[in-house]
Structure formats: structure tokens, C-alpha cells
Design a protein around this ligand. Structure first.
Ligand code: MG
Length: 215
């Protein structure tokens, strides 16, 4: 006769039981809303200009900063969802086209295989943001988010506004307390504070992973 064992914690997170050698997991006992989320700023956080300029000169003018790839891989292995949120005021400033900003985010996502979504806010008034997403077939999709004055994050997408962070928390069904924002500028930290998330300075995080490489 089969004997059910007491419900117990397996894999450090899920609950389940064992019948013989078969393990059954109950996924819904733990709230799915507690998905850990890491959101990175892009420029001077994950990448900088490959040709050494202060600002990115073209969509492909990007190189991975030391320690950034290792940090992203570490978070991915630990099960965190990972995304990017980037102000792209250069579009409104006339330094780059909107299409170029989209291509730039696509190229960046290609540098970090564990990150499948990047948000950009191309306007100063924070009234629109776009999601660039790599789907399962490696096709890039783009989608305008938070459209319309009745939506929650309208007018707040541009950092230091919390709109892009708020959107990603809802998208990934996470919560602010389980979310970290990582960036290099005061407006990144202010955006994290406005969204109620944790914040870490990008240089400190990258330094940690550079050091671990040397050990
Ligand atoms: Mg930055």
C-alpha cells in the first residue's frame, strides 16, 4: 500500500511529498508574488561606450563593464528575474533617433543573454515608455507601455520617477521589498526610493564580482 509522507520543504522553496521514489511538488503554497527581481540601469551600469565616448555613439557602440556579466549571471543562477530600465532622453534631445534607441536596447540585451526585457523612456515628460523584449524564438518585440493619462505610471516613467520600476514589478508579479534597482546616478537611487525598492550602487556591485573573479 502506498504511504504518503508528511508535506515537507524541498528545493529550498517548494512544498511537496514523496511516494516511493516519485517527488510531487506543490507550487502554489508559496505565493507566486514573491518573485525576486533585479532591475539594472543600462549606461555606466551594465555597459559603456566601446569607443570611449561619454555617451553611446551608435546602437553597437556598447561594451560590457568589468564585473557586469558576472553579476547578471550570478543573479540569474539564483533565480532572480532580471530586466533593464533606461532613460533615453537623447531621443528628445535630438542626439539619437527613437529607432536607434530601440536598436541600442536590443544590442544590449544581446550582450546579456539572461536578460530578456529592457524598458526605455525616450521623453523628458515621462509620459511614455517602451518595452523591448526578446521572446523564446529570439525575435525582438517592442510594445508601448502605460499608454494614456489614466494609467498608473503616466508621467512618471522617466527616472527619478518610479514608473519603469513600478511597471516591471507588476509585470513580474514581484513586490518592492523583493526588488533591487542597480544604477550609477542619483536619479537611479531616487527612482528606487520612489518605488520603495532596494538600491545598490552599480560600481560597488561590479567591484564585488571583479574581486571574486580574481580569487
Ligand atoms: Mg546610468
Amino acid at each position: 500500500m502506498m504511504q504518503l509522507q508528511t508535506l515537507y520543504l524541498v528545493n529550498g522553496g517548494d512544498w511537496g511529498w514523496v511516494v516511493g521514489s516519485v517527488q510531487f511538488l506543490v507550487n502554489n503554497i508559496r505565493s507566486k508574488s514573491m518573485t525576486g527581481l533585479i532591475i539594472f540601469d543600462k549606461d555606466q551600469t551594465l555597459i559603456d561606450s566601446a569607443c570611449g565616448e561619454k555617451f553611446i555613439q551608435s546602437p553597437t557602440d556598447q561594451r560590457i563593464l568589468p564585473g557586469a556579466a558576472e553579476a547578471v549571471s550570478n543573479f540569474a543562477k539564483r533565480g532572480y528575474k532580471i530586466a533593464i530600465a533606461s532613460n533615453q532622453g537623447g531621443v528628445e534631445a535630438g542626439k539619437k533617433s527613437f529607432e536607434s534607441a530601440i536598436e541600442e536596447m536590443k544590442f544590449c540585451l544581446g550582450l546579456f543573454p539572461e536578460i530578456s526585457i529592457g524598458l526605455i523612456c525616450p521623453c523628458y515628460d515621462g509620459k511614455s515608455a517602451w518595452m523591448v523584449k526578446l521572446n523564446d524564438w529570439e525575435v525582438y518585440l517592442r510594445q508601448k507601455i502605460g499608454v494614456g493619462s489614466g494609467t498608473t505610471n503616466f508621467g512618471n516613467f522617466r527616472k527619478p520617477g518610479p514608473g519603469m520600476i513600478n511597471f516591471l514589478i507588476a509585470y513580474y508579479k514581484s513586490v518592492p521589498g523583493e526588488t533591487w534597482f542597480i544604477g550609477d546616478r542619483p536619479e537611479d537611487e531616487q527612482a528606487a526610493e520612489a518605488a520603495g525598492t532596494n538600491f545598490m550602487a552599480a560600481d560597488i556591485l561590479r567591484l564585488r564580482f571583479q574581486q571574486s573573479d580574481n580569487c
